[in-house]
Design a protein around this ligand. Structure first.
Ligand code: 6GU
Length: 225
């Protein structure tokens, strides 16, 4: 899989992409993550990429020309034009199902905006989908892009080791995950539930299912509907 990220702040990505599962997936060449700086495509001498909104109002708007040029530059690097995603709080909400859908793609192009937003013609002209990671406002799309990359890359076949499992994750079956315990059996008077020490796999499986249901009922009743 190839993931392009178009951003004004490519340096923000070094740390989240440089550790753990996402780093390992890149090392194993399961994913090629390519960062492009939109500012490199500014035509004017001040490298300006934003301007005041027509009609007035606060903030600045990301201009069409550098973004279109940046998209076209990455698209010509590969025969697959990719699924173009604009990161914006007004987009469709990202969830585990969309993560799986993205993980089935050969190529994603994630565009992170800043300032007040994108010139609307970027969405229209590139036929991009708008995606949000939740109902709150971030200063830019970069953190959202990192969240999406992490959630998608761990779903790529071979990304998780034998010790990890995506199939049991919260949301993968529509429920939250059951609680986990490891050694010691007692810590500060808190004991591991007996059933987990019983060795009875059927009982353990039943207990976990019931705990998953109970936790979902308590924390996220909306998931049960
Ligand atoms: Cl994708 N962008 C911004 N700026 N804020 C957000 C978001 C995206 N998703 C949730 N909040």
């Amino acid at each position: 899989m190839r993931i392009d990220v178009l951003t004004l702040f490519p340096d923000m990505f070094a740390s989240p992409l440089g550790f753990s599962i996402v780093k390992r997936a890149q090392d194993r060449q399961l994913v090629n993550i390519v960062l492009s700086n939109i500012r490199d495509f500014a035509k004017n001498s001040y490298k300006k990429v934003d301007d005041k909104p027509y009609g007035g109002g606060a903030g600045m708007v990301l201009m069409c020309q550098p973004v279109f040029d940046c998209i076209e530059n990455v698209q010509k690097q590969d025969e697959n034009p990719g699924r173009v995603i604009l990161l914006t709080p007004g987009g469709k909400k990202f969830d585990q199902k969309l993560a799986q859908d993205f993980a089935n793609e050969k190529r994603l192009i994630l565009i992170a905006g800043h300032y007040e937003g994108f010139d609307e013609r970027i969405r229209i002209g590139t036929n991009a989908e708008e995606v949000s990671i939740g109902d709150y406002v971030l200063s830019g799309g970069e953190l959202a892009a990192m969240v999406i990359i992490d959630a998608v890359v761990r779903l790529l076949p071979g990304a998780l080791g034998d010790d990890d499992s995506a199939a049991c994750d919260s949301f993968s079956d529509g429920l939250l995950e059951y609680p986990h315990y490891t050694r010691p059996e007692v810590f500060r008077d808190m004991k591991v539930p007996d059933v987990l020490l019983s060795g009875n796999h059927k009982d353990i499986e039943n207990w976990r299912k019931q705990q998953s249901l109970e936790k979902t009922k308590q924390q996220r009743p909306d998931l049960l509907k």
